[in-house]
Design a protein around this ligand. Structure first.
Ligand code: ATP
Length: 304
């Protein structure tokens, strides 16, 4: 049983009035690791996470956490910590009340609520304020406290770093790494690509409801960017655009390109353009990979 993944999503689909929001999505989150879940706006991340925790009924496929459907887990908060929408808390209750209620429902002592307040860096005074007066970052901290309340083995977090200041982001990173180092498993969606890059072991990227990449971060990032500079960068850009190769302007001139060096050389050769430089771009990372993988899903052409 130990080989079973902590989270298993198999062929999961969701239709909304004839529109397929999630299309046969499959991936595993292994034990003791962090999986980053990425995709452009509207790609289907939240819908997938909601299906995972039984808040949205799938049209097809299945999702299990620790070998069972989430809704079939006994006392789920003791096994799986969930933070999907930090603003969903009752705004008239104080942070401490919300945690105490949660602790009571999970059969935990009151002091667990105080411990979690401390763990997430909320002050005593803040914990006694109604959450309606909380900033987004404070709500996220409270949401994380709630997710951790039952000392779960799995965390499912939708955009947990949203609204956190740099110190908060650093805190969240450390917390998730420690959680995984202790054998916990994390599935986390984020728009903060750098955060995912720093913290994740595995990546799942979706675009328009479909998986476009899945695997270990190191494998996916290997060779994810090539730096190129030529005698005619405009012509090269046109050539790359014509064959659908994704690229971004490099601050030093030239481009960072999400394609094999040989492919770029061939595009340049076909257009009669001489290359001045063609090498792996050490600074290219997840952002480049993300832009390349989701180029088809871009909402608009950002170049005017
Ligand atoms: N309740 C709903 N009814 C109809 N359509 C929905 C519903 N919820 C989501 N959708 C649609 O499903 C698609 C996926 O949305 P989802 O919220 O899962 O994307 P996301 O990847 O989480 O996006 P974002 O990064 O913007 O939060 C979108 O086209 C969205 O409009």
């Amino acid at each position: 049983m130990t080989t079973t993944a902590a989270i298993r999503v198999a062929d999961l689909s969701k239709d909304y009035r004839g529109t397929r929001a999630v299309d046969s999505v499959s991936f595993d989150v292994p034990h003791g690791s962090i999986t980053g879940f990425l995709g452009p706006n509207g790609a289907g991340k939240s819908t997938t996470l909601r299906m995972l925790v039984g808040l949205t009924e799938p049209t097809g496929g299945s999702a299990t956490v620790l070998g069972r459907r989430y809704t079939e887990l006994l006392n789920p908060g003791r096994r799986v910590g969930v933070l999907l929408d930090a603003s969903a808390q009752h705004s008239g209750r104080t942070g401490l009340e919300i945690l105490r209620l949660g602790a009571m429902m999970m059969g935990l002592p009151d002091r667990r609520a105080e411990e979690m307040i401390e763990k997430v860096g909320l002050s005593k005074a803040e914990s006694r304020r109604r959450t309606g007066t909380y900033s987004l970052g404070m709500r996220q901290r409270l949401g994380v406290a709630h997710a951790l309340l039952g000392d779960p083995k799995v965390l499912i977090l939708d955009e947990p770093a949203n609204g956190l200041d740099p110190a908060g982001i650093h805190w969240m990173r450390t917390l998730l790494k420690e959680f995984a180092d202790d054998g916990g498993s994390v599935l986390l969606s984020s728009h903060l690509l750098h955060e995912i890059e720093v913290v994740a072991d595995d990546l799942v990227v979706i675009g328009r409801g479909r998986i476009v990449a899945r695997g270990s971060k190191n494998d996916l990032l290997a060779g994810s960017g090539v730096y190129v500079r030529s005698t005619d960068d405009e012509g090269l850009a046109a050539g790359m655009r014509a064959v659908g190769v994704g690229f971004t302007d490099h601050p030093d001139g030239g481009f960072t390109v999400g394609a094999e060096a040989e492919h770029i050389a061939n595009i340049a050769a076909a257009a009669g353009i001489t290359l001045r430089e063609l090498r792996a771009d050490d600074e290219a990372g997840l952002e480049q990979l993300f832009l390349r993988l989701t180029a088809d899903d871009a909402r608009e052409d950002v170049k005017s």
